[in-house]
Structures are given as C-alpha cells and as structure tokens.
Design a protein around this ligand. Structure first.
Ligand code: HEC
Ligand code: HEC
Ligand code: HEC
Ligand code: HEC
Ligand code: HEC
Length: 401
C-alpha cells in the first residue's frame, strides 16, 4: 500500500466514525425530545380505540396531566401515563393503561381532593417512571407496590398502602379495606401494649411514647445488634419477634407473634406519623382514639386501679394477676394472685423474704437488681398489693360458692 492510498482510507474511516457519532447524538436528542409518557399516551390511544372506539379514544387528553391538591400540598402527575385509571373497561390491560382496581375508593376519596400519592407514595410531580415511582435518591416515599412488598416478603403487593391509609384513619378502631392495620390495632388491645407505652396520649411510661413512632428515622434506631438489610420496617419486624435480641436491656417481652402479626404491627407503627393533615381529611373530624367502650373501661381500670403498680412497673409483661383483671401477653411467670402461697412451695420462703431477697429466682433477681429497682417502702407496698390480690381472689371464690 502506498502512503497516498493509506491516507485516503484513513479519511474514509474518520468520515464514517463522524457520521455514526452524529447519528447517535441525533438519536439521543430525539429520545430526550420524545419522553416516555408520550409513548404511553400514544399506546393508550391505540388500546382505547379497540376498547371504547375511535371517537372516545381520540378525546383522551394529550400532554402532561395533573391533579393539584392545594390542601395536601401535592401536584400528582401520575395520570399523565395512567390514562385509563378512571375508565371502566381497561381492567385487563397492562400498566400503566389499566382501570383502577378499586374505583369505589374514589367515591369516599375523590381524586381531585386526594390525588394519588397520599395513598400510593411516589413522587407526584415527576413524569418519568423511575422518579414518579419514587425509586430515586433522596426521595423517601417510594411507591408502595410490588417492589417494596417483595423487599419485605409480604405476599399482598398492595398491603403496604395501608400504612398511608392509616395516617388519616388512625383514630378509627377499625376501617374497611385495611386488614393489616385492623389486625395491628386488635393486637395493641389484646397485648395491652399501652401498659408500657403512651399511645395517642395515654398509657404507661416504661417504654417510649409511640404516638409518633412513624416519624422516627433510621438513624434513631439502635442497629448494633441487628443483622440483615437495614430498614426501619425490618428493624420493627425483628424487634417484634425478639425485642431483647435487638435491644438486650429491654423489658419488652417476646410475645410469640406470627409473621403476619409482626407485619401488621410494623405497618401500624410506621403509620403513626405526625402529618399535619387538614381536619377535613381526618374521618369524623375527631382527632382522638375511638376504642370500644369495654376497651376504654378496661384500660382506665388497669391504669388507675389496684393493679396499676404491676402495669406501671411492667410486671404484666410476664405475669397475669387475675384478681386485678390483668392478663399478661406472654405469661412467662406465674399468676401473682397466688404468689403469697406459691413462693412458700416454690422457694421455701415467705413472700416478704422473697421480695427482699429474690436470689433463688434467676429471672426475678435480675429484674429486681437491674430493671425495676424498688425502695424498701415500695417493696412493702408491693407485698401489701400481693396479699390483697390473694384476699380478693379468696373473697370472689367464696361469693361464687
Ligand atoms: C412515565 C410514566 C408513568 C408515570 C408518570 C407514573 N407511572 Fe406508574 N407505571 C408506569 C408503568 C410503565 C408501569 C408498569 C411497569 C412497572 O410497574 O414497572 C406502572 C406501574 C404502576 C403501578 C403498579 C406497580 C406494581 O408494582 O405492580 C402503580 C401502583 C403505579 N404505577 C402508580 C403510579 C403512581 C401513584 C404514579 C404517580 C406518582 C405513577 N404511577 C406515575 C408508568 C408511569
Ligand atoms: C384512597 C387511596 C387511593 C387513592 C387516592 C388512589 N389509589 Fe390507587 N390504589 C389504592 C388501593 C387500595 C389499591 C389496591 C386495590 C386493589 O388491589 O383492590 C390501588 C391500586 C392502584 C393501581 C393498581 C396497582 C396494581 O397492583 O396493579 C394503580 C395503577 C393505581 N392504584 C393508581 C392510582 C392513581 C394513578 C391514582 C390517582 C389518580 C390513585 N391510584 C389513587 C388506593 C388509592
Ligand atoms: C388523606 C386522608 C385519607 C387517606 C390517605 C385515606 N382516607 Fe379513607 N377516608 C378519609 C376521610 C376524611 C373519610 C370520610 C369521608 C366522609 O366523611 O364521608 C374516609 C372514608 C373512608 C371509608 C368510609 C367509611 C369510614 O371508615 O370512614 C373507608 C372504608 C376508607 N376511607 C378506607 C380507606 C382506605 C382503605 C385507605 C387507603 C387505601 C384510605 N381510606 C385512605 C380520609 C382518608
Ligand atoms: C413490659 C413492657 C412492654 C410491653 C408490654 C411492650 N413494650 Fe414496647 N418497648 C418497651 C421498652 C422498655 C422499649 C424500649 C427498648 C426497646 O426498644 O426494646 C420498647 C420499645 C418499643 C418500640 C421501639 C420504639 C422506639 O422508638 O425505639 C416499639 C415500636 C414498641 N416497643 C412497640 C410495642 C408494641 C406494639 C407492643 C405490644 C404488642 C409493646 N411494645 C409492648 C416495653 C414494652
Ligand atoms: C421478664 C419476665 C418477668 C418480669 C418482667 C417480671 N417477672 Fe416476676 N417472675 C418471672 C418468672 C419467670 C418467675 C418464676 C420464677 C422463676 O422461674 O425464676 C417470676 C416469679 C415472680 C414471683 C414469685 C411468684 C411465685 O408464684 O412463685 C414474684 C412475687 C414476682 N415474680 C414478682 C414480680 C414483680 C412484682 C414484677 C414487676 C416488678 C415482676 N415479677 C416482673 C418473670 C418475670
């Protein structure tokens, strides 16, 4: 090859490379010019032509669509892509074209007053899918759908939405369409969590106030004994299984909760946020907990009656005291109604000796030396209360006979 020929081939190669580069640049510009939502809108019109006919289909709006909800400080543009959301007949179409699976929900929560993200999460203002669905850095509220449910091993992919429902519905004792949250609320009463925690303004003070537990960010939790994928959800999920596994010095008892129950309580904890919701978005306008009357009576009795000591000190975490109507969520220790006689049989001590020197019981010597430190005065008061419990029980038995 002569030097001249070589020079020519080089020029041709450079020219080709230049053309390829220009083509790529042009394609990128065109792609940026034609955003994804335009593609979804034209696909939707094609599908709609089949489903509702060309006349109606040609009337689907073009361009960016939004629902602006001033009261909730949101601009949700989801319907830019989800164009079939309010149209019956698109139930079987793939996303983002499908009819909303629960159209009824817009009767009680009209879309123009609620938007979409208040229930779903995601980033309302965005119009590309990754940002709109909230899977981008610095956006803390991802779309609560398939991907999140898979991360948390929840089989119902829309279940996590209930966490958002309950930001408004928190004071209702139960709400249709919220099976997990309802189960969580049942457990709060069944396990008497309020014995150790203030919830909505009332309860015991052994554990932290839970009223706004959904506000606490991941930096606020103790991760030193935690293993696995770090998320607030998973912290609660593990903590509910075995509190002492995560916080070794805790008195919160292991309650033998099932997976579904732990999912339910975790969602409930995360839903207790302090979102300054305008009053008209709180059902019934009442910002106070609506328990069943018998639950209120039970709670008040336990927090103020003869058994209050055992609630306040957390003894009920392990002990029932039937004479005072106290039912432990775990029953790890014996019913204290019978302690006065039982201690003699079990430890060959009087109750008084046991309370002042519990060294024969591994559990109780740890509790009385590190978790519940009582003054001598309080110890005598405790002995009185336990003696009284047994007397009450015997009186009740006599009445029955
Ligand atoms: C750029 C178009 C686009 C925008 C804007 C958009 N979506 Fe989507 N959405 C899609 C597409 C495409 C799918 C189906 C593919 C997928 O889920 O990855 C989808 C799927 C979904 C699903 C089902 C997810 C699942 O896990 O099954 C939900 C729920 C949803 N979108 C809600 C929203 C909400 C709420 C908004 C507004 C904050 C929104 N989308 C904004 C395009 C969009
Ligand atoms: C009041 C709460 C609420 C509002 C407001 C709401 N949704 Fe939903 N949405 C739900 C619930 C609950 C489901 C799951 C229903 C079911 O599966 O039966 C759902 C399901 C969906 C799905 C299907 C998800 C899937 O798994 O395939 C999409 C898409 C969706 N919503 C989009 C929207 C868009 C867009 C808006 C705004 C126009 C909106 N939603 C407003 C509560 C709401
Ligand atoms: C932004 C606040 C808000 C969110 C989020 C919300 N709701 Fe509601 N919901 C309300 C209000 C307010 C009413 C009462 C409307 C009225 O007065 O008729 C209501 C009414 C209802 C009702 C009718 C009866 C009742 O219990 O009051 C049901 C059922 C319901 N919502 C379920 C849900 C479900 C399920 C979700 C989540 C998918 C949800 N809500 C999300 C505010 C909200
Ligand atoms: C015997 C008392 C006791 C009972 C009963 C109890 N807890 Fe706790 N809980 C505690 C204590 C003490 C802590 C603080 C140490 C820790 O994190 O375990 C705590 C911590 C927590 C935390 C972590 C809060 C935070 O911000 O770190 C949550 C959430 C919680 N409890 C929920 C519950 C729920 C729900 C129930 C009922 C199902 C319950 N607890 C029953 C004593 C109790
Ligand atoms: C972490 C669980 C736990 C907590 C919390 C707890 N106990 Fe106990 N307690 C036990 C166990 C278990 C026994 C049975 C003795 C043993 O196995 O060591 C016991 C035994 C007793 C006994 C002897 C009862 C008998 O019938 O023999 C008394 C009295 C007692 N506890 C009082 C209390 C008081 C008062 C509190 C609250 C200040 C309390 N306990 C908190 C677990 C607990």
């Amino acid at each position: 090859m002569t030097k001249d020929k070589l020079f020519k081939t080089d020029r041709i190669l450079i020219l080709i490379a230049g053309l390829v580069f220009a083509a790529i640049t042009l394609a990128t510009i065109i792609k940026d010019e034609i955003p994804d939502w335009k593609y979804y809108q034209s696909e939707f019109r094609a599908i709609a032509t089949d489903v509702v006919g060309i006349d109606k289909a040609s009337k689907t709006p073009r361009g960016i669509q939004q629902i602006w909800v001033d009261d909730l400080d949101r601009v949700d543009r989801c319907i830019t892509c989800h164009q079939g959301i309010f149209w019956p007949g698109f139930e079987r179409e793939p996303q983002p074209y499908a009819t909303h699976p629960d159209l009824e929900i817009f009767k009680t929560h009209p879309a123009k007053e609620y938007g979409c993200t208040i229930c779903h999460g995601g980033q309302g203002y965005a119009v590309d899918m990754a940002s709109a669905h909230g899977f981008v850095k610095f956006w803390e509220e991802p779309l609560l759908a398939g991907a999140v449910a898979a991360d948390y091993n929840i089989s119902d992919k829309n279940a996590m939405i209930e966490t958002n429902c309950n930001v408004c519905h928190r004071y209702e004792r139960e709400t249709e369409g919220m099976p997990y949250i309802n189960l969580g609320k049942d457990l709060i009463q069944d396990k008497a969590c309020w014995g150790c925690h203030i919830i909505n303004g009332s309860g015991g003070t052994i554990g932290p106030d839970l009223t706004h537990s959904g506000e606490k960010h991941s930096e606020g939790y103790d991760w030193s004994n935690y293993s696995g994928f770090k998320s607030v959800f998973n912290w609660h999920f593990q903590h509910f299984d075995e509190p002492a596994g995560i916080v070794p010095e805790t008195v919160m008892p292991k309650m033998g909760l099932q997976t579904k129950e732990r999912h339910a309580l975790t969602m409930l904890m995360m839903s207790w946020r302090d979102d300054d919701m305008p009053a008209q978005y709180i059902p019934g306008f009442k910002q106070e907990e609506q328990l069943h009357p018998e639950e209120i009576q039970k709670r008040d009795e336990l927090l103020t009656g003869d058994g209050a000591f055992f609630i306040k000190q957390g003894c009920f975490g392990c002990h029932s005291i039937q004479a005072y109507g106290i039912k432990s969520p775990t029953e790890k220790g014996p019913d204290l109604t019978f302690a006065i006689d039982d201690v003699r049989v079990r430890f060959n001590q009087t109750l008084q000796e046991f309370i002042f020197d519990p060294s024969q019981s591994g559990t109780m010597s740890i509790i009385f030396s590190s978790k519940v430190i009582l003054s001598d005065e309080e110890k005598w008061a405790l002995i009185d209360k336990l003696t009284k419990a047994n007397n009450e029980y015997k009186k009740m038995r006599q009445l029955e006979n």
